[in-house]
Write a protein that binds this ligand. Structure first.
Ligand SMILES: Nc1ncnc2c1ncn2[C@@H]1O[C@H](COP(=O)(O)OP(=O)(O)O)[C@@H](O)[C@H]1O
Ligand SMILES: [Mg+2]
Length: 330
């Protein structure tokens, strides 16, 4: 197949924050959250120009080592060829190194944008291929599945290939995140996990993870037992003592709470009536926890029209009502 031609027009991609693990669903379950990074990509005559506003504006590289650029390059290779030049504008809102999937968001933004600027992109790279590419770059499929497809996702690897299904989260769910000021990089948090665990802990987690699928989709009243984890959270306590303690405090008061991804953000899966309660408990915990109440994101990564007409949603606050991918599976 000859290499792709590229559209002259810019494309705008919006990608959600995601929370992986959700307690017992280590490296498998993911939830897509209504907090977004926006990226505009335009194919240019030559060179690489990157503009960054918001999170990471002072720290991220502006060259080929930028994670979004590496992801664009990987996807262009998969599409059959690189464009001559690239202009990229990033508006970042997802905090970095907090367990809210900023690395996945950057990766998914890159591969979705690459597919959108290449003519015939979706024929050359279908959604299953996108998931595979994103998983290769990220190293695990849980966040990227939620980021690409939205809603509540279950990802796994089968004969070497990443797979995922998307489920509809129960509509009354209100995710509340407590984001600490300091990052913990995912690689560091992964290093704290033991090589083996007691059989009873593995068995408990398997049961709770199965229960969590029912609780998150249909019976939120079961979320407290369904979010119990024995495989990773306690082992990471030395890297995020305040977070593990806040999870324990919230759970002791009946609020289903977990470490978000590799931490240190704490995610409470509240329902409308218990948001205030979660906020009160966090305030009492005294480590300066600020609650951020988020919408569920049901769409995942989307290519949006450029410009400010009425069909261009406010990416920061909008909760997606309609989604276009129910029953997604690769
Ligand atoms: N929008 C972005 N653009 C470029 N690189 C990013 C972006 N977001 C995250 N990254 C990279 O990913 C790192 C954080 O990834 P990680 O440790 O997995 O934490 P997180 O839980 O936020 O995904 C950042 O330090 C940065 O190198
Ligand atoms: Mg990450």
């Amino acid at each position: 197949m000859a290499g792709p031609a590229f559209r002259a027009a810019a494309v705008r991609v919006r990608v959600p924050a995601t929370s992986a693990n959700l307690g017992p669903g280590f490296d498998a379950l993911g939830l897509s959250l209504g907090l977004y990074d926006d990226v505009v990509v335009r194919v240019a005559e030559s060179g690489l120009h990157i503009d960054i506003a918001g999170e990471g504006a002072d720290t991220l590289p502006r060259d080929e080592s930028h994670l979004l650029v590496r992801s664009l390059r990987t996807a262009f290779d998969a599409l059959g060829g690189q464009p001559r030049g690239l202009e990229i504008v990033c508006a970042n809102r997802i905090p970095h190194g907090r367990g809210l999937g900023s690395s996945s968001a950057a990766i998914c933004a890159g591969i979705v944008a690459a597919r959108a600027v290449a003519t015939g992109g979706p024929e050359r790279l279908d959604d299953a291929a996108l998931l595979e590419l994103a998983t290769e770059i990220e190293g695990h499929p849980d966040n990227v599945a939620a980021c690409l497809f939205g809603g509540f996702t279950l990802a796994w690897t089968e004969t070497g290939a990443a797979r995922a299904i998307r489920m509809e989260p129960a509509p009354g769910l209100v995710p509340v995140v407590f984001v600490p000021g300091k990052p913990v990089l995912t690689e560091a948090a992964r290093g704290l996990l033991p090589r083996t665990v007691p059989h009873v802990d593995a068995a408990t987690n398997a049961g709770r993870a199965a229960l969590l699928v029912e609780a998150l989709t249909r019976r939120p009243e079961l979320l407290l037992p369904a979010t119990e984890d024995r495989l990773h959270q306690e082992y990471r306590a030395s890297a995020m003592a305040d977070s593990v303690e806040l999870v324990a405090r919230l759970r002791a008061e009946g609020v289903p709470a977990v470490i978000s991804g590799a931490g240190p953000t704490v995610l409470a899966l509240t329902e409308d009536g218990s948001v205030a309660k979660a906020e009160r408990i966090a305030q009492a915990a005294g480590a300066g926890w600020a609650a951020n109440r988020l919408a569920l994101d049901l769409s995942g990564a989307v290519v949006l029209p450029l410009g400010g007409n009425g069909s261009d949603p406010d990416p920061h606050t909008r909760a997606e009502q309609a989604h276009h991918r129910s029953g997604q599976g690769q």
